[in-house]
Design a protein around this ligand. Structure first.
Ligand code: PEP
Ligand code: MN
Length: 352
């Protein structure tokens, strides 16, 4: 970090600044020119609140040289992190184990929302047959309208658990409330949705557990903000984070969001955490899910999370972006061509 000091300052003010910085275990070097003075800081500057420094009387401007995230930073952890997702709450014989990151390509599929026991059991078997490694399904739904279907809540989580016991697929579901963590005991991968990416109290609590977290990028958040949210969870001790690019809001109206494909290689340059892509929420249009999935795989994503519904036309949520089980199976088949071309393991459908 570099601090540019104002042209005139009193020695006493400067000494106070130095004392504060040295108290944070930072080494300081002062370079004094004719017109201005620059203070270079060496050490872990991630502990500094840049706005606090800017507010100091004698400070003209501040520039970060190093990124403000540490635990998530590839500089301090050069190898890819591989996240193990276990089918928790299953008998030993049923236990499934999925790895995300480090050369694996993992597909997660299922409906936007759990709508009934029959619906989730049916779709779970179908996405498994097509090659999905995990089952998604929202039980607590963040809906724009309070009058829209809000999810089956705890009952939805129970149905998901039943689907896991039937298929062996680990399950993914979204948490919205910090007081619900215990309800998610049988959920294998807890999703933090786009709208909660900066719910810092929730992130801090998720840092205290050791369950993997699927952290989705916010609708209007930068990559650095996404990484800082991962940092919130990691600094609490939970290092099991999977990042998800799910489209950001732009001026474009033909699609629900704009899929930021460039985020895949860029995030992977800055962090060792796996990056998966959600082409369903990114586009909002089912026919765009396949081309964007192929593009995401080609751009180096570690996996996909895709909405698949038994009967998209009658889905209670996000039907327009949901694939039929047949379209999903077809997509997995064409993904294999890309995976082969980039040297990743092909997905083997579990049919039969
Ligand atoms: C979802 O996965 O169903 C969802 C609501 O996603 P997002 O938070 O990305 O909008
Ligand atoms: Mn959805």
């Amino acid at each position: 970090m570099v601090i540019v000091l104002k042209q005139k300052f009193e020695q006493r003010q400067f000494d106070n600044l130095l004392k504060w910085l040295e108290g944070l275990n930072l080494k300081t070097t002062l370079v004094k020119g004719e017109q201005s003075a620059i203070l270079g800081l060496i050490g872990d500057t991630s502990v500094i609140d840049i706005d606090m420094v800017k507010a100091i009387d004698i400070v003209e401007s501040v520039r970060r040289i190093q990124e403000p995230f540490k635990a998530a930073n590839r500089k301090f952890h050069p190898h890819d992190t591989v996240i193990d997702v276990m089918g928790c709450g299953l008998l030993e014989t049923q236990t499934s184990f999925v790895q995300i990151g480090g050369g694996n390509f993992t597909v997660i599929a299922g409906p936007c929302s759990v709508e009934s026991r029959e619906q989730i059991l049916d779709i779970a078997a179908k996405v498994k047959d097509a090659g999905s490694a995990m089952l998604r399904g929202g039980a607590f739904k963040p809906r724009t309208s309070p009058y829209a279907f809000q999810g089956l809540r705890t009952e939805g989580l129970e149905f998901l658990y039943e689907a896991k016991k039937e298929t062996g697929l680990p399950i993914v579901s979204e948490i919205m409330n910090v007081n619900h963590i215990e309800l998610f005991n049988n959920v294998d991968l807890i999703q933090v949705g786009a709208r909660n990416m900066q719910n810092f109290e929730l992130l801090k609590e998720l840092g205290r557990i050791d369950k993997p977290i699927l952290l989705k990028r916010g609708l209007a958040n930068t990559m650095e903000e996404l990484l800082m949210s991962a940092e919130y969870i990691m600094s609490g001790g939970n290092k099991n984070i999977i990042l998800c690019e799910r489209g950001i809001r732009t001026f474009e109206t033909y699609t629900r969001n704009t899929l930021d494909l460039s985020a895949i290689p860029l995030l992977k340059e800055h962090t060792h955490l796996p990056v998966v892509v959600d082409p369903s929420h990114a586009t909002g249009i089912s026919k765009l899910v396949k081309p964007m999935s192929l593009a995401a795989a080609a751009a180096g994503a570690d996996g996909l999370i895709i909405e698949v519904h038994n009967d998209p036309a009658h889905a209670l949520c996000d039907g327009a972006q949901s694939l039929t089980p047949e379209a999903f199976a077809e997509l997995v088949g064409s993904l294999n061509g890309i995976l082969q071309a980039i040297g990743k393991k092909e997905i083997v459908p579990k049919l039969g």
